[in-house]
Design a protein. Structure first.
Ligand code: SF4
Ligand SMILES: [Zn+2]
Ligand SMILES: [Zn+2]
Lengths: 63, 274
């Protein structure tokens, strides 16, 4: 749907990193390196960004 | 007690506590997680919401946004201990508002759109997406932030991934090892290196005491022990407070608890004597 605000497991903030992550991965950067750059160290937080699919645009017309 | 800092970043820290016990480290950990107060949004009044997400969904996301709050410059009461009897007043509540409307272009509502009524209180990042608005949609909210502790809800928890381990002590018997390379390669945390054909400990602090490497050495050749008076402690801060400040707060709360216990015991023992 929309990127969760915090990591489900450890509770650290991840939502503010989503846009940069998404943009850089779209530009064919290696996700592993981008996550390291963004200082997302633990794998609980890394999976939040890697496994996320943004579906908010699909439901946008249904207000 | 000595503190030896291994790594200090703006929002995370790793250090060694010397001459202490695991019980003490755990007391600090539990207090930091459950008892150090922080400020987050608790009540949300929805004035207008024509966005694609439900009111509850948006309120839940707002509640998870960590807010900057410095207990030394801004004194707030817990709402249930405040003079207003839990109704909410300036001394216990900070109001934040959002009002955003779109015309033809869709737009994302960010945490930066939250307008705080109190100086010094704001989201720690202005780039947290809250909801996306399509053409001709509007969102108007009034949010009430209040103090709370991690034992009531995890959103108030100031730290994440707070933990500790014993200080590793690795003993190597060079006579017994036949294939040092095999042992060095077995460790997935790169603790060992080979120097002059001998197995040496290179990054001792990386060792997490898992004992996996001992399976690849001859019996008794590599022994993983720990020093139980030394503890490696690490945590990450969620709400922008400096790590040293959090430890200070946790220490203050621990001391006040001990004082409370002592006073109660004194009252009981004196009343029994009478
Ligand atoms: S105990 Fe685990 S982490 Fe430590 S050296 Fe052995 S394999 Fe590596
Ligand atoms: Zn996490
Ligand atoms: Zn009040």
């Amino acid at each position: 749907m929309i990127i969760p605000v915090r990591c489900w497991t450890c509770g650290s903030l991840i939502a503010d990193k989503w846009e940069e992550f998404h943009e850089r991965v779209e530009n064919n950067e290696n996700p592993e390196k981008v996550l390291d750059d963004l200082k997302v160290n633990r794998w609980c937080c890394r999976r939040m960004l890697i496994a996320h699919i943004d579906l908010i645009d699909e439901i946008l017309p249904f207000s | 007690m000595d503190i030896d800092i291994i790594e200090l970043l703006p929002n995370s820290v790793k250090f060694i506590l010397e001459d202490t016990s695991i019980a003490f480290a755990n007391a600090i950990r539990r207090i930091a997680i459950a008892e150090v107060p922080t400020l987050v949004i608790e009540d949300v009044y929805v004035l207008k919401n024509t966005s694609p997400l439900f009111d509850e969904f948006i309120a839940q996301r707002l509640g998870l946004i960590p807010l900057k709050y410095d207990a030394d410059t801004l004194e707030l009461n817990f709402r249930d201990e405040c003079d207003c009897n839990g109704i909410g007043c300036n001394l216990c509540t900070v109001t934040l508002t959002i009002s955003k409307e779109t015309s033809q272009e869709p737009a994302i509502v960010y945490s930066g759109d939250l307008i705080s009524s109190q100086e010094g209180v704001e989201p720690i990042s202005s780039k947290i997406p809250i909801v996306k608005l399509g053409p001709n949609q509007a969102l108007e909210l009034e949010c009430m932030a209040q103090l709370g502790t991690g034992k009531n809800h995890a959103k108030w928890q100031p730290v994440s991934a707070m933990g500790y381990q014993f200080y590793p002590v690795i003993e190597i018997d060079h006579e017994k090892i036949k294939d040092p390379k095999k042992v060095a390669d077995a460790c997935y945390r790169n603790v060992f290196s080979i120097k002059n054909g001998k197995l040496t400990v290179e990054n001792l602090l990386n060792c997490n005491l898992c004992g996996y490497c001992t399976d690849f050495a001859e019996p008794g050749a590599v022994q993983i022990k720990h020093d139980s008076s030394k503890i490696i402690f690490s945590f990450e801060i969620n709400n922008g407070m400096p790590p040293s400040k959090l430890m200070e707060k946790a220490g203050e709360i621990l001391l006040s608890r001990i004082d409370e216990l002592k006073n109660k015991l004194e009252v009981i023992t004196t009343s029994e004597e009478e």
